[in-house]
Write a protein that binds this ligand. Structure first.
Ligand SMILES: [Zn+2]
Length: 83
């Protein structure tokens, strides 16, 4: 699925392989760590899943959490910082 290790951040919206019964397959990450907290974008239901299970079920990241730093509203993305 993902090459190497992928870091997920609170606020990222991911698409899961199986849609929720409400019809939405997009989930917002509300917590990261050993367990991931997810909130359904369709109905708002919150669930907690182990990180290993989450990584197996996630299909892709639909929207990355945007850092709302001032001065970065336009232009190309800043270069990756090491560390
Ligand atoms: Zn739902």
């Amino acid at each position: 699925m993902f090459p190497g290790s992928v870091r997920f951040h609170v606020g990222d919206v991911v698409v899961m392989k199986k849609p929720h019964p409400c019809g939405s397959s997009e989930w917002e990450i509300t917590r990261t760590g050993i367990d991931f907290g997810l909130r359904c974008m369709g109905c708002g239901r919150r669930v907690m899943v182990p990180r290993t299970q989450f990584e197996r079920q996630v299909r892709k990241v639909a929207r990355y959490a945007v850092e709302t730093s001032p001065g970065l509203r336009e232009g190309p993305p800043p270069p990756r910082r090491q560390g």
